[in-house]
Design a protein around this ligand. Structure first.
Ligand code: AMP
Ligand code: GLY
Length: 466
């Protein structure tokens, strides 16, 4: 079986790594991938035109047809929002993800908010604006704290949690008047500030059946103590103890099932990963902060580290409308620390040489583990895997077309190539142990301007110590 994974982040590295474990899988192409996916056994990076964003997906379709691709797994939201699944289906290619219609749940906050109101899904009160003066008047009336969001896709950064009226006004000016978020910010959604603890609730959906993934929690803020600007996510762990069985049941009944039912009733059955970003209040009641139409990043990394079922089997079952209601998980928790490059999230730095990376298994030696840091996927006591995101090779290409060899070998320096660079993920007997293990490996990795949080999992660790 041959698989094409679309995307270049840690999520895609984790998806490819999981799929590679299945003996049925011969080859995994990752478009465009990163240095980590280039080095992963069975994996090869390819560059395809128009993958992320453009509505025309002919390069993907042609590639699938000429390389006997059995399944396409789409990682990021941009190609989903522009209809890559619709295009693949029309061409008779099996592709895992939601259609463009369903992906509006992530692609437009206004669509998501109206959908939640129509289907009585709990979420913060809100109003949408295109005019600066109306938006500011609304903020003045509501008071602070208040949340200002760019309507379109902004890679997790188009959200300002304003502590004061002045900050809210400044965010409105940035988005509506100064166009700081481009088209994504030409309309803003202003939302009631929700209190509680966040959790990520991610499912696989086949139009009808729902398979919840293990629960997780992400850390969106850049700095320790959950301070600083919002990012795409600085670390995550699974499971999230805040999602008790009672909370889990409420989320399924009040959030996930209504989405699946409403999409089906609208003639657009939801397929693919469905991600509800939740705020759980003190009484265990969930409110939806956002929907994503994909797996989370970095949540995928710890979640998939725990997955014992075959990812490939689950996707095949999902494509056939036969998802099971449960998957098998390692009972041990897993935790991932994101190492970001200089300037993230405002900017990012490319070309900084990364030192101290554990050696990834070279293609020709599936289980070579010669470094003193173990980059492993077996069930040793504390398993560690360094998933790559914004990385590339300093000299030499990591991919070009399918016939080209990828670069493998230690003589090729790996350098930063984006904001979030790596996600060091560890699985251990407790969250605190997973954090300590991940910190040791993270501390051995260095590059100019590297930044990471040392407090990933702090909510769960506080609970563990009670
Ligand atoms: P979003 O991109 O909508 O998920 O927002 C990014 C982050 O901003 C969330 O993960 C929360 O930490 C925070 N946030 C968004 N909306 C709200 C809200 N209504 N109340 C409190 N925090 C929020
Ligand atoms: N980690 C948050 C997201 O994937 O949107």
């Amino acid at each position: 079986m041959n698989i094409l994974v679309i995307g270049s982040g840690g999520r895609e590295h984790a998806l490819a790594w999981q799929c590679a474990k299945d003996d049925k899988v011969q080859h995994i192409y990752v478009a465009p991938g990163n240095a980590g996916t280039a080095l992963e056994p069975k994996c090869q990076n390819v560059i395809l035109d128009n993958v992320s964003g453009a509505s025309e997906h002919s390069a993907v379709i042609e590639f699938c047809q000429s390389n006997a691709i059995d399944i396409v797994i789409v990682g990021p939201e941009a190609p989903l929002v522009t209809g890559i699944i619709d295009a693949c289906r029309e061409a008779g290619i099996q592709a895992w993800g939601p259609t463009a219609y369903c992906a509006q749940l992530e692609g437009s906050k206004t669509f998501a908010k109206e959908f939640m109101a129509q289907n009585k899904i709990p979420t913060a009160a809100y109003q949408g604006f295109t005019e600066v003066s109306n938006a500011k008047a609304y903020v003045d009336k509501q008071g602070a704290p208040i949340v200002i969001k760019a309507d379109g896709l902004a890679a997790g950064k188009g959200v300002i949690v304003a502590e004061t009226i002045e900050q809210a006004h400044a965010a409105i000016d940035d988005m509506l008047a100064d166009n700081k978020f481009g088209d994504a910010g030409s309309r803003v959604v202003i939302e009631q500030f929700l209190r509680g603890e966040e959790a990520s609730f991610i499912c696989m959906v086949d139009g009808e059946n729902i398979l919840p993934m293990a629960t997780s929690q992400d850390h969106k803020r850049a700095f320790e103590g959950d301070t600083g600007p919002n990012t795409g996510g600085m670390g995550a762990y699974s499971p999230a103890p805040v999602v008790t069985t009672a909370v889990h049941d409420k989320v399924m009944a009040q959030v996930i099932q209504p989405v699946v039912d409403a999409m089906k009733a609208a003639g657009h059955p939801y397929t693919g990963f469905l991600y509800a970003g939740l705020m759980i209040d003190n009484n265990g009641n969930p409110s939806v902060i956002e929907f994503n139409c994909r797996f989370g990043d970095p949540e995928t990394q710890p979640i998939l580290m725990r997955l014992q079922s075959s990812m490939v089997d689950l996707v095949v079952q999902g494509l056939a409308g036969k998802l099971p209601s449960e998957a098998n998980w390692d009972s041990r928790p897993a935790l991932g620390i994101v190492i970001a490059s200089k300037g993230y999230p405002e900017t990012s730095s490319k070309g900084d040489v990364i030192a101290g990376l554990p050696e990834i298994h070279a293609k020709d030696s599936n289980h070579g583990r010669s470094s003193n840091i173990t980059d492993t996927d077996d069930n040793s006591l504390a398993a560690v895997k360094v998933f790559h995101a914004g990385t590339t090779f300093a000299h030499g290409k990591q991919s070009d077309n399918v016939d080209a060899d990828v670069v493998v070998g230690n003589d090729k320096e790996i350098v930063t190539d984006g904001g979030r660079v790596l996600c060091v993920t560890a699985m251990a007997d407790s969250i605190s142990e997973a954090l300590q293990t991940a910190l040791v490996v993270t501390g051995a990795i260095s590059f100019d301007g590297a930044q990471y949080r040392r407090d990933i999992g702090h909510h769960a660790i506080t609970r563990e110590s009670i």
